[in-house]
Structure formats: structure tokens, C-alpha cells
Write a protein that binds this ligand. Structure first.
Ligand code: FSO
Ligand code: SF4
Length: 570
């Protein structure tokens, strides 16, 4: 195996025997094979679109869900991948038949590129032979492509693929909220096709590949806009809300991941049953939506960021649902209580669909068979005083006050410190950076990286009454932060880079790659990216990005120096 798609990759180079995340070599190879076959599907779909022959909302959603399954900490179940691969081959071949007929009818020869590689790959031994599929997957990964394209271009090509994975995941969330745009899938399929069959010189050109990666960022902005709209349409405008972290006596279920639709289904099913539902990790922003917070069964938040799940899940006295990333191989102590949903998977862990009434009923039955919280245990958890819900609407209500504070010198800088978190100790950098900021700053945070700073008391900004730390929501809510920046720039008749705004982005996996590419596609400069730079970017490419965008690694040992740079706008 070779995988370097996330920040925690082994020795800052790549995981080669087993993932730091726990992904086995077998699952890594199956995921590589899946991406390979999806590339073959895209080669056909892209041509079918050009000829007006492609109409498949089902296929569009399948491609995005299949890509979602390959994100870091989403699906570790080797038994799920043969089915994804089988479906990808089936969709590919049905588009292929339509294309073949069209070519026959016009008397044009079928393109040669569609008679090789991922365009025609089929399992000689069927889909049940995992070892065979694994061996096939070991032949079609990063290193094989690197032999063809060299490390610089290959790294950028993989940045494009990882960005597409991130935007695919976000668009699956948006779709479940009823928001979709066919242009998103069109972009995914055409870009995957370019990586496979684009003009040979273009495919080897660093500049053209960098532009493709930026195009991922532009499309991701559209996806985040859909997501923003979907959440608001379904659950209302986020409102500042105190989140209760002291559990209540009674039966309980914990929900982790990002999927508010799953949480909503669960809240509907548990209302007035006496079962309490708690959020974990990236689900905490659920409390900011009136349409979710109105449920009495939404009892509070339990635990910290995803990387604490082994402690948090082990001590939780009820079932735990992993709705999306980030899930990790469970400990024995809670394996029986863990459920995966959607494209998330862990081998031999129950996988359910909350839309299925039977699955929901058996989950509630399981909940009632477990102890839940008793008064004594519940009282041991102190209130952490988390406040969520500073969405773009709330912040922009105070735009005039904020701009006035900038003019008075009461507000010297708005610092975005957020993104995704990980378990490494060096991520304390973000805590230290935030703590070292002068009091004349506002800190916008989102994503699970908020847990590095949301336990600290930053007070309010001068006498404005505005809290200095404003939690905007999940990483899914990055669109809101971008809109705030755009609106403030508009009000000051300037551009984002001329605002007193600095960004320190904590990245971990491919959703963060998509968000980073969105920021770059908007021309945002001087982002500090950390805790370390992506392993898939070579020193040469990092330098090119620094030269063009001023993007630099966080100085993890010297957060004070970074703070001073940020205050100077560097
Ligand atoms: Fe975090 Fe995980 Fe939300 Fe990521 S829970 S790390 S970028 O999946 O998506 O912020
Ligand atoms: Fe390694 Fe990250 Fe890939 Fe897991 S997802 S195998 S930790 S690079």
C-alpha cells in the first residue's frame, strides 16, 4: 500500500504497511481499485455527456458516495468495497453500451482510450475473491502514477483527487438535505476523465494541473453554498446557543460525524420516548439550529473532538452512531454499541440506515437495554460552557459594530483559527496561537479544530459585548466564514486580502483539502497551514504555492512568531 492523503501520514511521507489511521493494506488497495474504476467510469461518462447521452442522477450520487467511502477515517470495512467496485463497473458498462451504440450508428470508430486500463478493467475472478481484488488494487495506486508523471505533477494530480473526495463528501451531505446541482457531478466526472485521458502534454503540465486543483476549489464553493442553503432551509438560521455538557439521567444515544439529517431522524424517533440524544465531535453545531434544538430529546453534548472517541465512546452508557468521518477502529468495550451509517463502515460493526423503520426500532430497543446515565454519573460531568451558533447571519448583524471597532483601533485583526483536528500533540500549536493573540482580536473558528480553543475564556471585544471567540459551526460551514469576509470586504470597498484578516488553517483530511483549494481559488493569500504541509506536495510545489499565494507552514514551535506575523498581516 501507499497512502499519503492525510496529514498524519507516516513519517510525513506515506503509510506503506498499515495506515496511521488503522487502515489495512487490504482496505487501502480496495480503495485504490475503487478510485481506479471510478476513473474508468468518468472516461465514459464525460464522453457520453458531450454526446448528450448521459442522464444518471443515480450514477452521479453513487460516484460521490463511493468517493466519500475512501476519505480518511470513513470506511475500514473490506467487505463493503467489492460492492462499491461492482456497482462502479456496472454503471461504467451501461454508459459504455450506450456509447458503443452511438459510435456504431454514426460509423465512427470507438476511441482507443476506451479500450484500455480503467475503461475496461473487470475482475477475472469475480467480486468475492478479496485477495485477488486487493492484488489488483496494489497495481493502481499513487506510486504507479508517480512513475508516469513524476512526483511534482503527480502530487498535484492527487491534490485534485483528494479535493474531489472532499467536495464529493460535502455534496453528499448537501444532497441529503435536498440540495444538489448536476454541474457538481459533471465537474467531478470531467476532471477525473482529464486526469486519465486529457491531452498528454496537458496532463504532464504542472501549471495546468494546478489550475485543475483550483477548479476543484471553485466547484467546492458551489457545494458549500448548497450545504449552507440546505441546512438553513431544513433547520433554520443558526442562533447563539449554550450547549449543555452535563448529561441527564436516563437512556441515551450518542451521534458523531457530520450528518444533521441522521440526527434529525433520530430526534424525531426519540421525542417523548424518554431517550436522550447527545452530540459528539463535529455534531456539536446541531444545537445552533432551531429546527434541531426544538427537540426535547436533544439533551446535550458529550465528549470532545473525534480523536477522543475511544475514551468518550467507552464511557458513554448507550449506543454510539458514527454518521460520517471521523470514525476509528473501536475498542472491544464499545464495539457492540457502535453503529455505522451511510458510507461509513467498520468491519464487523453493525451498519444501519435510520430511514429504515426496522433498523430504527432495533436501535431504540438496544438503547433501552443499556444502562443509560444514572444521576450520580451524570453529575460527574461539569458544564464546559460551550457556545455555538455564530453563523454568518449573526456575525453580519454586527457588521457595523465590527467595522466601527476596526476604525477605532479596538479591533486590530480577525483571525480564523479552525479546520480539522487530529491527535498529534503538536496541534497544541493552535491553542497557543489563539491564547497569544492580543485582546483586540476576534477569533472565528469552525470544524473540529475548535476543540483546541473552545475551552478557553477569551472574553469579549472591548465594550462591544461581542464574544472574542465565535464558533461558526462545522467544517461544513466554511462557506459562512467566506461570506463574512466577502461582505466585510464589500462594505469597506476592498478585497479579502486587504481586510485585517488572517487565516491559520488546521488540516487533517480531504474535506480540508477541498476547503483550502476553495480559499486559494478566491485568491486568498498568506494562509498559514498546519500543523505540517501535505506530504503529497513536493518541496518544489510548496515553493510555487508560497510564491503565488504566500501559503506557509505553521511554525509549530513558535506560535508567538506566527501570531506576530498575523498581526502584521504577513
Ligand atoms: Fe473534523 Fe474529521 Fe469536519 Fe474532517 S471530524 S476531521 S476535515 O472529518 O470533517 O472537521
Ligand atoms: Fe495513512 Fe492517512 Fe492514508 Fe490513513 S488516510 S493510510 S493515516 S495517509
Amino acid at each position: 500500500m501507499f497512502c499519503f492523503q492525510c496529514e498524519q501520514t507516516k513519517s510525513r511521507r506515506g503509510c506503506v504497511t498499515v495506515g496511521v489511521c488503522g487502515k489495512s493494506a487490504q482496505v487501502a488497495a480496495l480503495q485504490d481499485l475503487l478510485i481506479y474504476v471510478l476513473r474508468g467510469l468518468a472516461m465514459h461518462a464525460s464522453r457520453a455527456m458531450d454526446m448528450g447521452l448521459y442522464e444518471s442522477a443515480d450514477c452521479d450520487l453513487f460516484v460521490r458516495k463511493a468517493m466519500f467511502s475512501t476519505l480518511t477515517n470513513v470506511n475500514f470495512d473490506q467487505d463493503r468495497f467489492p460492492e462499491y467496485i461492482r456497482q462502479a463497473v456496472e454503471y461504467r458498462d451501461s454508459i459504455r453500451s450506450a456509447l458503443q451504440k452511438a459510435y456504431e450508428n454514426t460509423g465512427t470508430p470507438f476511441p482507443d482510450v476506451l479500450n484500455q486500463g480503467p475503461a475496461v478493467w473487470k475482475p477475472e475472478k469475480g467480486y468475492n475473491d478479496l485477495e485477488y481484488l486487493e492484488n489488483e488494487g496494489h497495481e493502481v495506486g499513487v506510486l504507479e502514477d508517480q512513475d508516469i508523471y513524476g512526483p511534482d505533477v503527480n502530487g498535484v494530480r492527487y491534490m485534485t483527487i483528494y479535493g474531489i473526495k472532499g467536495l464529493a463528501a460535502y455534496s453528499v451531505h448537501a444532497e441529503s438535505l435536498g440540495e444538489d446541482d448536476p454541474l457538481v457531478s459533471k465537474f467531478i466526472l470531467q476532471t477525473l476523465d482529464f486526469l486519465e485521458t486529457g491531452d498528454e502534454a496537458d496532463r504532464h503540465d504542472l501549471g495546468i494541473n494546478l489550475q485543475k486543483a483550483l477548479d476543484v476549489g471553485t466547484t467546492n464553493l458551489r457545494v458549500m453554498e448548497l450545504l449552507d442553503r440546505g441546512h438553513r432551509k431544513m433547520f433554520g438560521i443558526p442562533t447563539p446557543t449554550n450547549v449543555c455538557t452535563t448529561p441527564k439521567e436516563g437512556k441515551c444515544i450518542l451521534v458523531s460525524g457530520h450528518d444533521m439529517v441522521d440526527l434529525h431522524l433520530l430526534l424525531q424517533a426519540t421525542e417523548n420516548t424518554g431517550i436522550h440524544v447527545y452530540t459528539h465531535g463535529e455534531m456539536m453545531p446541531a444545537h445552533m439550529y432551531p429546527g434541531l434544538n426544538k427537540f426535547k430529546s436533544l439533551a446535550g453534548h458529550f465528549g470532545g473532538a473525534w480523536q477522543n472517541q475511544r475514551i468518550d465512546f467507552a464511557t458513554f452508557p448507550g449506543p454510539v452512531l458514527a454518521s460520517t468521518n471521523c470514525v476509528i477502529e473501536p475498542l472491544k468495550s464499545y464495539r457492540e454499541r457502535l453503529y455505522t451509517l451511510n458510507d461509513t463502515g467498520v468491519h464487523d460493526v453493525k451498519h444501519i440506515d435510520l430511514h429504515n423503520p426496522k433498523h430504527m426500532a432495533s436501535l431504540l430497543e438496544h438503547t433501552n437495554s443499556l444502562p443509560g446515565f444514572d444521576i450520580k454519573t451524570a453529575a460527574k460531568y461539569e458544564d464546559k460552557k460551550f457556545v455555538v451558533g455564530f453563523g454568518r447571519e449573526v456575525i453580519l448583524q454586527h457588521a457595523e459594530q465590527v467595522l466601527q471597532a476596526v476604525q477605532n483601533g479596538d479591533l486590530r485583526r480577525i483571525c480564523v483559527i479552525g479546520g480539522c483536528d487530529g491527535s498529534e500533540h503538536k496541534r497544541n500549536y493552535f491553542t497557543n496561537l489563539a491564547s497569544s493573540l492580543p485582546t483586540q482580536t476576534l477569533i472565528l473558528t469552525l470544524g473540529c479544530a475548535k476543540y483546541r480553543i473552545n475551552h478557553l475564556d477569551f472574553g469579549t471585544l472591548g465594550d462591544t459585548g461581542i464574544p472574542r471567540l465565535l464558533d461558526m459551526g462545522q467544517c461544513n460551514d466554511s462557506y459562512g466564514a467566506i461570506m463574512v469576509a466577502k461582505e466585510l470586504a464589500g462594505a469597506l470597498d476592498t478585497d479579502i486580502n486587504s481586510l485585517p484578516l488572517s487565516i491559520s488553517l488546521s488540516w487533517f483530511e480531504q474535506k480540508a483539502v477541498a476547503v483550502l483549494l476553495s480559499l486559494l481559488s478566491l485568491g486568498v493569500k498568506n494562509i498559514k497551514l498546519g500543523p505540517v504541509m501535505p506530504a503529497f506536495l513536493t518541496p518544489g510545489v510548496r515553493q510555487a504555492l508560497e510564491d503565488t499565494y504566500g501559503i506557509v507552514p505553521t511554525d509549530i514551535r513558535h506560535p508567538d512568531d506566527d501570531m506576530e506575523d498575523m498581526m502584521k498581516g504577513l
